[in-house]
Ligand binder design. Structure first.
Ligand code: ADP
Ligand code: MG
Length: 486
């Protein structure tokens, strides 16, 4: 775990850009798509062609309200879209439509559990506002073989939420835990897939140090575009080390935008922020202020699903799970739903938690699939565990089938039969195997009868080997003990 600093208080505030999973863009009917050919998902509105007028996506507003409610923000009945003016080749309009002085959501918080089972830390949110994304510049060799930069505007106008935290985070690991929690919330409420690899969940980290216990915040730097949780932790740690050195020397930290280089594990200055950026914000004259009714907010509130922390607490009390199991099971809604469906089918929670967290998750990991893609239905997992309970197959054989069932589905009992993995517990074959082993090892049988009880393990091993591991260990033990007259 990456911690703070022994001599300085670490202060971190995060700005997250999360892409909303709407079908169309924030102000135009162009589709929001991923991996499409460049410049195929565009429309005159998101290109800012003359004479067009933006039309606000109602779904994006609903999503922003849900995000605000799920993070305990105040949803503002009145908010304003502003133009943030700057020039860049991926921004054809010459301005980005964002919210500035009057964002849609203000003053919220989320509870962040940094270590399983530990008390949560409440991290305040300053605001959540809506804005459109810019396009992408692609730096690569051009068609003619010359170095060049191309512009792809598929992303231009895609709806984003910018979620800004107060400077409440105190260590790199807390920052990463905050991001995981926030991503979980956005996914639970279904407003963003928050996929880091696709750039749908991006983070800028503001970092400063101050001498231990002092009140005044130090000068901060901003680490841009951290696109994995690991890089967030690494980059902040590197920046803490860099700033601590400056503080130690008495050199002032300069306010700057920084980049993190994972190859050198160091941060470097991209540009100094001597003057605040002047974006000449002003309310967009093409868009009326956004009015939200109290009724709209209540409708959204009523549609909020149970969130991860509530679910986690319920799993612990309702199913008597450990905090760690409950946290893992509630990390994603599909996993939590799968668990509850399997418990409903099986009847007991703990065995389901064990099979799911150990075997099913391992199989999914190996297959690089999410739980949504598992072909093993929750009812089939329950059926598989019951086969083991009934002694129809043993646990080892059943565990060996999980990956195949997850990948291909099918009926567990049929698969056990097909593979010849039925336990030998209730067949004459097991008895024959036990007798054969006792016949081959009369000395050991004698030793056992003379009181050397640990010989039983050796004999058991022999029976298991003879039956190619298909025997139910419990049945073997019982049968051996019976035959030995124990
Ligand atoms: P900007 O628009 O320049 O990014 P904001 O006021 O919106 O500035 O702040 C951005 C982020 O910086 C917020 O998450 C805030 O919590 C954080 N922040 C502000 N001051 C500090 C500081 N001294 N140290 C660390 N983080 C800070
Ligand atoms: Mg910023």
């Amino acid at each position: 775990m990456s911690e703070g600093h022994p001599r300085y208080d670490v202060v971190i505030g995060l700005e997250v850009h999360a892409q909303l999973c709407t079908e169309s863009k924030l102000f135009s009917p162009a589709p929001v798509a991923y991996g499409e050919p460049a410049n195929h998902c565009v429309h005159p509105i998101c290109l800012g062609l003359p004479g067009v007028l933006p039309v606000l996506n109602a779904r994006a507003v609903e999503f922003a309200i849900l995000a605000g409610l799920a993070t305990h923000c105040t949803v503002q009945l009145h908010s304003v879209f502003a133009r943030k003016n700057y020039f860049y080749p991926d921004l054809p309009k010459g301005y980005q439509i964002s919210q500035y002085e009057e964002p849609i959501c203000t003053e919220g918080w989320i509870d962040v559990v940094v270590e399983p089972g530990a008390a949560p830390r409440r991290i305040r949110l300053t605001r959540i506002h809506m804005e459109e994304d810019a396009g992408k510049l692609i730096h690569e060799a051009g068609a003619a073989g010359s170095d060049g930069t191309r512009v792809d505007l598929n992303r231009a106008g895609v709806p984003l939420l910018e979620i800004v935290s107060e400077p409440d985070l105190r260590s790199p690991s807390e920052a990463a835990a905050y991001l995981r929690t926030l991503r979980g919330i956005l996914r639970y409420i279904g407003v963003s897939d928050a996929d880091l690899e696709k750039g749908h969940f991006r983070c800028d980290a503001n970092v400063s140090l101050k001498p231990r216990g002092t009140a005044e915040l130090g000068t901060r730097t901003e680490l841009k575009n951290l696109n994995s949780f690991r890089f967030v932790e690494e980059a902040i740690s590197a920046e803490i080390a860099r700033q601590a050195e400056l503080h130690d020397e008495g050199t002032p930290v300069q306010q700057a935008t920084m980049a993190y280089d994972p190859h050198t594990s160091r941060t470097r200055v991209l540009r100094l922020k001597e003057n605040a950026d002047d974006y000449r914000y002003f309310p967009d004259p093409d868009l009326v202020p956004l009015a939200i009714s109290a009724e709209q907010i209540e409708t959204a509130r009523a549609s909020l699903p149970e969130l991860a922390d509530a679910k986690c607490a319920r799993f612990q009390s309702q199913y008597a799970l450990t905090a760690q199991d409950a946290e893992q099971l509630t990390e994603s809604r599909p996993l939590a739903d799968y668990f509850e469906a399997a418990v409903a089918a099986y009847g007991l929670a703990k065995p389901v938690a064990n099979w799911l967290l150990r075997d099913v998750l391992q199989a999914l990991g190996e297959l690089e699939l999410g739980i949504e893609a598992a072909r093993l239905a929750p009812e089939s997992l329950a059926a598989l565990i019951r086969l083991v309970d009934a002694g129809s197959t043993n646990a080892k054989s059943a565990r060996g089938l999980v990956k195949e069932l997850v990948a291909n589905g099918g009926d567990p009992a049929a698969l056990v039969h097909e593979r010849g993995l039925e336990a030998l517990s209730d067949s004459g074959e097991l008895e024959a195997a036990v007798e054969a082993v006792l016949g081959e090892h009369p000395d050991d049988a004698e030793k056992f009868r003379a009181g050397e009880k640990k010989v039983l393990n050796f004999l058991m091993g022999q029976v298991m080997r003879r039956t190619a591991g298909k025997a139910d260990p419990k049945a073997v033990r019982e049968l051996l003990a019976r035959k030995l007259g124990a």
